[in-house]
Design a protein around this ligand. Structure first.
Ligand code: NAD
Length: 297
């Protein structure tokens, strides 16, 4: 007997709700929150991501500025810009678009961002705060995943959560957020033997491996909630390519709920970036009308 197909955990309505909240809270501040977007070089994907972030910021009533530096920018010059933005009281959030050109070391650049303005949540002070369960700015995709689950009424408290992938950007921080939300968390990765035995334990399975269709139906516990973070480009055979996730589409026959790709986690990241900018601005104004809110815990 076939199970009914999984509930679709759709991203766009959850992102719209997050953007609405960001917009509403921004409007209460003495001035629009300001996001400084720093990019180096002309990598087409980075140019397009930064443009998209600035456009969305304007849509929700945030101000932003794109600081576009030439490809050959020396490390010291980039560090000086980030330090100046960190010291500027008119700037609430700073985002350095990664990857940087190969001659630049991202680590010192990320450390030069004032942790209070670190809207990407990648400064060691913020990653430490996340792991210690302290207040801080949280990485956008992981916090966006938590907002997506909350929007669709999925509670992780007391649930067994398995995260596949341990990157600094997604796997590790989402594991920290799940732990802070009272899930029992397992982190699996490339060196995990018998991945299926681990993922079958999950009530909530978060997959961020960057491997198309890594997770097949036999690896999923019936009724589990599955979040597919993967964005993989696969050839369609007619010379074009399409986007697909890390989760095989047939998992919809086993899972209780599943995020689509595209249209799942994807739209949450930019929405959370703008929410983080509003949170940073609220804290900067020492004005927290509604407390820290569920999106930052
Ligand atoms: P990454 O390459 O930095 O990390 C991948 C992780 O997956 C590693 O920790 C690795 O150990 C693990 N892994 C790889 N193959 C595995 C396997 N066969 N079995 C078990 N574990 C395996 O990638 P990332 O930056 O974490 O991104 C992961 C995916 O999420 C990518 O497809 C990326 O495009 C996507 N992504 C989406 C968003 C978004 O939706 N906004 C944001 C960030 C990343």
């Amino acid at each position: 007997t076939e199970r009914p197909a999984a509930q679709v955990l759709s991203g766009p309505p959850a992102a719209a709700a997050l953007l609405d909240e960001a917009s509403r809270r921004a409007a209460r501040l003495p001035r629009p929150p300001h996001l400084a977007l720093v990019r180096v070089g002309e990598d087409p994907a980075s140019v397009s991501y930064v443009r998209g972030k600035a456009k969305k910021a304007a849509e929700v009533g945030l101000s932003s500025h794109v600081h576009a530096l030439p490809e050959a920018t020396p490390q010291a010059e980039l560090l000086a810009l980030v330090a100046a933005l960190s010291a500027d009281p008119a700037v609430d959030g700073i985002l350095v678009q990664l990857p940087l050109p190969a001659h630049l070391d991202p680590e010192p650049v990320l450390r030069a961002v004032d942790p209070a303005k670190d809207v990407d949540g990648l400064h060691p002070a913020n990653t430490g705060a996340l792991w210690n369960g302290h207040e801080g700015l949280r990485p956008c995709t992981p916090a966006g995943i938590m907002a997506l689950l909350a929007h669709h009424g999925v509670s992780v408290r007391g649930q067994r959560a398995v995260v596949v992938g341990r990157s600094a950007l997604v796997g590790r921080p989402v594991a920290g957020l799940l732990l802070n939300a009272d899930a029992t968390v397992t982190l699996a990765h490339r060196a995990t033997p018998d991945l299926g035995a681990v993922t079958r334990e999950a009530d909530v399975l978060i997959v961020a491996a960057g491997q198309a269709h890594l997770i097949t139906p036999d690896m999923v516990r019936p009724g589990a909630t599955v979040v597919d973070v993967g964005i993989n480009r696969v050839p369609t055979g007619d010379g074009r390519e399409r986007l697909t996730g890390d989760v095989h589409p047939d998992v919809a026959q086993v899972a209780g709920a599943l995020t689509p790709v595209p249209g799942g986690v994807g739209p949450m990241t930019v929405a959370q970036l703008l929410m983080n900018t509003v949170i940073a601005a609220e804290r900067q104004h020492a004005l927290m009308p509604e407390g820290p809110g569920e999106h930052v815990r």
